[in-house]
Design a protein around this ligand. Structure first.
Ligand code: GLN
Length: 465
């Protein structure tokens, strides 16, 4: 029996002196040490325990912040001052961050405890967490299966109760897909609703930081704390969260193109089950069309690789990274540093990105994909004329086996088929566990809203579930 059902209850128990935060944090630390999931790249033992004592005192005197005592793990692509920031890559194995990401400052200000950094695919490139230089992460629900990626360590840590909640990053599905595979809740916020300052860039026009949690309340609480305008990220947005009356019936659209792509009968049954739950709760469910869905994966991988090839040029052995100066001359140093520091998937994406940005192919690939991005975004705007929110599965299937797709990049990329369009359009989307397959593994469903409609998504789900 868990000691508390959500973070608010935990804060209340701390305030009334009915929960020992010290014991709670040492319990998490013991479980992290004993775990064989490989979900953490580092844990901050002594600091977490002394923070626990400090926050306990604040709680009892009534001066603790909104996240009092919340134990949070952070994907290792987000900067924490004085800590390793490996990004799952060998090239940054000795890099220590000199500053905090804005989200970290915000969590600490509200008295969260950052317990450690979580493993992930190298530079957040992947869908299975098998691309980490620090080894794959196991799915806590079945150790032969992947936890999803790239925020696989964060999802596994939340699902295995190695922390209360975690931060991940989502460029094409990396919060939602692992949340679905591990049976937890994950929110990809609207692009620019959360500051990216201190998030290692993968594809800057797609990247979003967001929470993974055990329930809806915690997801919302953490989002409230980390969102908002930040002077250090000029793309972050001051205009947050237009609201809609939360008790009015919603119209929920299910895209025909997504339903046509579902091959798993149990998944279709779960989607239909949610549909009837929503209808019974008085909401209307209709069909909508997102006609350019079929081009989403191709457009995403062209644009994301293009941005990645540019962003990753900074790891050159001079500004960052573990320098390898074998041979002679500067270009030799660049080549050996980058060749030995980057893993196979990252090198492949840098090559692909450089290719689509080269002068001979720029118009054929990059410009074309940018136009498709606009069409996909227009599809959503059109659909939101007839519905408030859109419902889809998060992934076409439940967690696959370790090793099953790693040598088949197309199959791997297709596991993002239901998530990437949301990033192309910059929209918010929440993945929640709903239903299981015949093996008992969880499905995730996804609610997508118009830009800055996070509050509407939260209230609709609270209303329905
Ligand atoms: N799986 C996708 C990719 O490899 C998405 C990754 C992400 O969202 N960081 O690009």
């Amino acid at each position: 029996m868990p000691l508390y059902s959500d973070l608010q209850e935990k804060a209340d128990l701390l305030k009334s002196g009915n929960l020992s935060l010290h014991e709670n944090v040492s319990g998490f630390l013991t479980r992290i040490n004993d775990s064989d999931l490989n979900s953490f790249t580092s844990a901050f033992e002594s600091e977490s325990l002394s923070r626990a004592d400090e926050i306990s005192r604040k709680s009892r005197s009534g001066s603790a912040g909104k996240l009092a005592g919340a134990v949070i793990a952070v994907k290792d692509v987000i900067a924490i001052e004085g800590k390793h920031l490996t990004c799952g890559s060998a090239i940054l194995k000795d890099y220590i961050s000199p500053y905090n990401a804005t989200v970290i400052d915000k969590l600490i200000r509200e008295d969260a405890i950052i317990i450690g950094k979580t493993n992930c695919d190298e530079f957040a490139m992947g869908s299975s967490n098998e691309n980490s230089a620090y080894g794959p992460v196991k799915n806590p629900l079945d150790h032969d299966r992947v936890p999803g990626g790239s925020s696989g360590g964060s999802a596994a840590a939340v699902a295995a109760d190695l922390c209360d909640a975690a931060l991940g990053s989502d460029t094409g599905g990396s919060i939602r897909q692992p949340a679905a595979f591990c049976g937890v809740w994950g929110l990809k916020p609207t692009y620019s609703a959360v500051s990216r300052y201190g998030l290692t860039a993968y594809a800057s026009s797609f990247d979003s930081i967001g929470p993974l949690a055990k329930n809806l309340n915690d997801l919302e609480l953490i989002f409230d704390v980390i969102s908002g305008y930040d002077d250090s990220d000029t793309t972050s947005n001051p205009e947050l969260r237009q609201n809609r009356p939360s008790d009015a019936p919603f119209t929920i659209g299910i895209p025909d193109e997504y339903v046509a792509g579902i091959q798993n009968k149990d998944l279709l049954a779960s989607l239909n089950e949610f549909r009837s739950v929503a209808e019974k709760a008085g909401h209307k469910v209709i069909s909508v069309s997102l006609p350019n869905t079929q081009y989403a994966i191709a457009a995403y991988y062209i644009l994301a690789c293009a941005e990645a090839s540019s962003n990753l040029s900074r790891y050159d052995g001079v500004r960052y990274s573990d320098r390898k100066s074998i041979g002679s001359g500067l270009s030799d140093m660049y080549l050996t540093t980058r060749e030995s520091g980057f893993g196979k998937e990252v090198r492949k994406r840098i090559l692909m990105g450089t290719y689509v940005l080269s002068s001979g192919y720029y118009d054929a690939y990059f410009t074309k994909a940018a136009k498709v991005r606009r069409l996909i975004s227009n599809d959503f705007s059109e659909a939101f004329r007839s519905c408030d929110l859109i419902l889809t599965p998060t992934t076409p299937d439940t967690a696959f086996k370790l090793g099953e797709k790693i040598n088949d990049p197309l199959q791997m990329y297709l596991s993002d088929i239901f998530t990437v369009s949301v990033n192309l359009a910059g929209l918010p989307a929440l993945s929640f566990p709903f239903g299981n397959d015949s093996k008992g593994l969880p499905f995730g469903l996804q609610i997508i809203g118009p830009a800055f409609s996070e509050k509407t998504i939260f209230s609709a789900l609270r209303n329905i579930l």
